[in-house]
Design a protein around this ligand. Structure first.
Ligand SMILES: NC(=O)c1ccc[n+]([C@@H]2O[C@H](COP(=O)([O-])OP(=O)(O)OC[C@H]3O[C@@H](n4cnc5c(N)ncnc54)[C@H](O)[C@@H]3O)[C@@H](O)[C@H]2O)c1
Length: 382
């Protein structure tokens, strides 16, 4: 006999609620709490939607650890769930996986009230989110992010996407999950490399938005796997990201900050073909951005070493990989959505938590390719 879903929520002692809203159609609630996964049915469905079939979309690794557990949470609360399993890794954000999963879901059948529930890292959140936004031109979506990177950034967004041969996230949609359920419980099985990878996005939030959070990360000397550290970085990151999400449109300072280090990082990540993870690539991208800011006179003295120190402290790379040429990076940057009139429009920092602005175009600073090439060369290992 299953437990009533509202009893599931009552059994979770503490949880925080945040939201990000752009208009009446684009609104997402984020719930954060240790042990909250046990109350996933109540958090997502609030007692409704029992007549529809729902889909739990996950990858092989996450399925191995949490597939049975999470399916039983929903089934015990009286829901009909079909599990859909994807391959691991960035390669899953592809047209091929998109078609396969849509076909699998259509074969099983669903209706307009069905939910796609993503259970996984940023890859699964993005892929499942894009699927939810396209089936019947939009069915319900909820995210249960399981990697640190997804809990502090990828799932806290309206952006859903696939990659193409030309670059990352080039086909996608803006589509809201109704609920994002963040539970650090899942992090206990995350490999160390993926923990640091996720920290890169938290460092981005701190560097670009919050000096006290940056000071905390800089001076922290304890265990990165402690509850105290995890709770602090996830909470602070959610607060900072939801603040940006509530204001962001493509040209605002908020969008530019969200994308700090990403134009260069995405190109490196794409060209590495899975060798450099997303957080690792944007760490390099932020270091290159700091050099550009210094070369152009935007960044205060010392910002390049501030960047290098914080990324090295958390085992993140700061140098452009030797096997990826400047030319190939500059070619891929042309597909970045902020590239126009022959220039990459990027965010730069004056100092920690102080974005630089230029006279003519505010916070979106036009950078020519030659300037990026010079900074890439400066950020190569000796
Ligand atoms: N939408 C956005 O705004 C946004 C923002 C940032 C990043 N992203 C995207 O997020 C993706 C990167 O996300 P990611 O780093 O989570 O990658 P990922 O989804 O590939 O997860 C990393 C690895 O960790 C494994 N994993 C996940 N949770 C686990 C757990 N609890 N225990 C054990 N293993 C676990 C996965 O199986 C995978 O092998 C990129 O595609 C990036 O473009 C999107």
């Amino acid at each position: 006999m299953g437990i009533d879903s509202s009893a599931q929520l009552a059994a979770v002692p503490n949880f925080d609620e945040y939201k990000f809203v752009q208009n009446k159609y684009m609104r997402t609630k984020v719930v954060f709490g240790r042990g909250l996964h046990k109350a996933a049915a109540q958090s997502i469905f609030n007692g409704g939607y029992k007549d529809s079939r729902h889909f739990l979309v996950t990858d092989r690794t996450v399925n191995k650890f949490y597939g049975d557990l999470m399916e039983s949470v929903f089934v015990d609360a009286g829901y009909t769930i079909t599990r859909v399993i994807c391959d691991d890794s960035e390669m899953s954000k592809s047209f091929g996986q998109f078609e396969r999963i849509c076909t699998e879901m259509l074969d099983v059948g669903f209706d307009k009230n069905s939910f796609v529930i993503s259970l996984g890292g940023g890859v699964i959140n993005n892929l499942a989110g894009f699927i939810a936004s396209t089936l019947y031109r939009g069915i319900n979506l909820a995210h249960i992010p399981t990697s640190l990177l997804a809990q502090v950034d990828a799932a806290i967004d309206f952006k859903q996407a696939l990659n193409t041969n030309h670059g990352k996230n080039l086909v996608g949609s803006y589509y809201p999950a109704s609920v994002v359920l963040v539970d650090p419980f899942f992090l206990r099985t995350l490999e160390d490399r993926h923990l640091y990878n996720g920290l890169a996005e938290s460092i981005k939030h701190a560097l670009a938005q919050d000096l006290s959070f940056f000071d905390y990360l800089s001076s922290f000397s304890g265990n990165c796997k402690s509850d105290e550290f995890e709770d602090r970085i996830i909470r602070d990151s959610i607060v900072l990201k939801t603040k940006l999400m509530s204001n962001a449109s493509e040209e605002t300072i908020d969008e530019i900050i969200k994308q700090y280090g990403h134009a260069i990082g995405h190109a490196i990540e794409h060209l590495s073909k899975g060798g450099v993870l997303h957080g690792e690539a944007i760490s390099i991208g932020m270091c290159v951005s700091a050099v550009i800011a210094e070369n152009l006179g935007f960044g205060e003295k010392g910002m390049v070493s501030i960047h290098e120190r914080i990324f090295k402290k958390y085992n993140l790379p700061t140098k452009v990989p030797a096997n990826i040429s400047n030319e190939s990076i500059l070619k891929i940057i042309r597909y970045d959505k902020h590239f126009r009139k022959g220039k990459a429009f990027m965010g730069l920092l004056k100092s920690v938590a102080k974005p630089a602005s230029s006279k003519e175009s505010s916070f979106e600073i036009p950078i020519d390719l030659e300037q990026i090439g010079r900074a890439l060369t400066a950020c190569r290992g000796v």
